[in-house]
Design a binder for this molecule. Structure first.
Ligand SMILES: [Zn+2]
Length: 330
């Protein structure tokens, strides 16, 4: 598509879409007009602000929460866990600015997580082993992603059941299930949460050092997905009803996995993965390390490594459950 546009531009002199390409846009200009003064927002929410790392970082903190914003970057560290914002935080004049949408979709829910009605505790978790049947997922030599996601899903199931939760396995064996049907099965069963399990891959010898865990939740409407280079847009999806829960669930699972395994922190990210768009409940998709990285793959391919990862995922689910079930609903 990009090549076609370039060709069209060369032939006709038509250049508007290229001029608007985010890669050529200065960072400050990429922040939308609806922006919020971080220090002021912090003060209104009981968080003290200060500049750190020679002005490269702005921090907001109270006794239980610390947000560190990297200037000119979309990287937010929330109590030590990386979360990707939709827009970079910028420093202009005396102020640090963040987009209003990032405040609504990330800072707000993390600071004041939603509460579940007391009558609806979390009981049933849908566990999706990525790929299966004719869809092998990523390949690392003769190793297939689908073989390891089903093994991890089994471990997650056992750990959830030990914790007293019920589990819906979206696929049981080496079977192919459409992405729409995966979400539909969770919806039919009225699952309370949905967790999709995958492993990542970076083909090519030179990038074998790329490693770590990524936890994805659905991109809010109108915003850019993390791996989409700031191309803001995208319509509302049914899964967006749970935006506030999605980011809190993703954050809890990601934090527990970074804490409980050797996996590097590649951040909570946003994407419009088909299965997440269709859910009637909060959901995340976890990429539990890179099959192409020697360190990550040792854990992915070993029962001990998978057990550790599964226990951490379940620790995160239980932390989310405690957080949203506290007290009665507002
Ligand atoms: Zn996958």
């Amino acid at each position: 598509m990009r090549h076609l546009l370039l060709l069209l531009a060369l032939i006709t002199g038509w250049s508007a879409p290229l001029a608007a390409a985010p890669a050529h846009r200065p960072v400050a200009a990429s922040l939308p007009s609806q922006r919020v003064d971080l220090a002021r927002w912090g003060a209104e929410h009981g968080l003290a602000g200060h500049t750190a790392s020679h002005g490269d970082e702005f921090q907001l903190a109270n006794r239980s929460t610390q947000f560190s914003f990297k200037i000119d970057s979309t990287k937010l560290s929330a109590d030590g866990t990386e979360i990707r914002l939709a827009y970079p935080v910028v420093h202009a004049g005396e102020h640090y600015w963040i987009s209003q949408r990032d405040v609504e979709s990330t800072l707000g829910p993390l600071l004041s997580p939603p509460k579940r009605p007391a009558a609806r505790p979390i009981r049933l978790v849908a566990v999706n082993a990525g790929h299966g049947g004719k869809d092998p997922g990523n390949l690392d030599g003769r190793r297939l992603e689908k073989s390891y996601t089903i093994l991890l899903a089994g471990e997650v199931r056992r750990a959830l059941e030990r914790a007293g939760l019920r589990v819906l396995m979206i696929r049981q064996g080496d079977t192919f299930v459409d992405l729409d049907e995966r979400a539909a099965a969770a919806n039919r069963a009225k699952a309370d949460l949905y967790v999709s399990l995958h492993f990542n891959c970076m083909p090519g010898e030179s990038v074998r050092e790329v490693r770590g865990v990524e936890t994805y939740c659905l991109t809010p409407a109108g915003l850019s997905s993390t791996n989409d280079n700031g191309n803001h847009g995208g319509s509302w999806q049914p899964g967006n009803r749970f935006d506030r829960d999605n980011i809190v669930l993703a954050r809890q699972i990601h934090h527990a996995v970074v804490d409980g395994t050797d996996l590097d922190d590649r951040g909570v990210r946003r994407a419009r993965f088909k299965e997440l768009t269709l859910l009637d409940m909060p959901g995340v998709l976890l990429e539990g390390g890179y099959m192409t990285n020697p360190g990550d793959s040792r854990n992915i391919y070993s029962p001990e490594g998978r057990t550790k990862l599964a226990r951490s995922i379940v620790d995160g689910i239980l932390a989310y459950k405690r957080l949203v079930e506290r007290g009665t609903a507002e």
